[in-house]
Design a protein around this ligand. Sequence first.
Ligand code: GUN
Ligand code: ZN
Length: 433
Amino acid sequence: MAERLLRGRLLSFRRRPEGPEDAGALDYEADGGLLLRGGRIAAAGDFAAVRSAAPEAEVIDHRPHLILPGFVDPHIHFPQLQVVASWGAELLDWLERYTFPAEAAFADPAHARAMAGPFLDRLVEHGTTTAAVYCSAHAASAEALFQEAARRDMRLVAGKVMMDRNCPEGVRDTAQAAYDDSAALIARWHGRGRLGYAISPRFSVTSSAEQLAAAGALAAEHPGCHRQTHIAENHAEIAAVARLFPEARDYLDTYDRAGLLGPQMLFGHCLHLSAREVARIAESESRAVFCPTSNLFLGSGLFDRQGLQGAGVTTAIATDIGGGTSWSMLDTLAEGYKALALRGERLHPFEAFHWATRGNAEAMGLADRIGRLAPDYEADLVVLDARATPAMRLRMDRAETLAEELFVLQVMGGRDAVAATYVAGRPQDTARG
Ligand code: GUN
Ligand code: ZN
């Protein structure tokens, strides 16, 4: 079996660092070796030791770069790859003016197939190796994405959005059709290779109570599937949900009544939740996903990481392309730093890099497979160069510690810093094109 032995500085996390001094949370190897075999990590440690156990392996020398687990993006929209940078709207208006028309084009399977490769190319060129993806309402969009991800052997979670009201006909389904299409996609794709299905009612503005109940039925029938939706992103959205569901005690309750809460649920945004909603999200072990570039771009609000985590909620951080403005998890961490700074918090780079790798993997229930550089973990990796540009080199000339280097990567790195990405042990083409 083909073996590759990567050489470089290895960095991954055993657990969430509790602060700048918590070096015990890190696994760091200054001259590291990572042996890849059959799509997995066969050995990790000091290069000389790993080398002596695998004298035949092809060596790929990434020194002096850092090798980390590939980034995990737990909230991104496939049919919005042409929506990024749409001007002048807040959430509901942005959906009507830009997003629904772009998503309507995915009714055409040929368009969906043509977009699937470019979508996954953008992920890997930014160092992202796993994502939780919303497709359009058309089964063909999920079908195209799953096919392309299977071809590349990526670990990906995706689902067709369910949306049966308050949207144009070209992106609308029905409660029954959404149930049937989702069930057929689950049967075909969930658990195949490294793929998983996410039951994806878009949000309570565009799903009737009947459709949310259908999503809940799917969740009960397929407890191994993920679930994803949006909540409490924008005040007009929250007011619309209150009008549409007068019987519900609050926004979260519209999902709770349908049986959608639980550790499999990724709640996008979570910006304007009541104390009751936060407590119930914590109690149900549902996840809260912070999408900083989107929240700032659409003027939606500021995520309360400290409040949510303090209440016991597991949080994640994501791009939310195309409400989000960058495909890069490094840029997302940079924007996250700034958004949290407006709440008086300072996101330390150890915590940031944990969040975008193992933390997001934990939020997605995948931390036993991805997010660490250790034997038996899947060989999804990103190689980062903190001296990728002249401006970064100038800054790095005054950086002395690993934490400083990571913060330069976080704030300045973006796509430039991604020197290589590996999916299932195979180097991907990340060349600029
Ligand atoms: N709420 C419902 N749909 C969407 C979407 O596509 N993007 C964002 N940012 N919020 C949403
Ligand atoms: Zn979203």
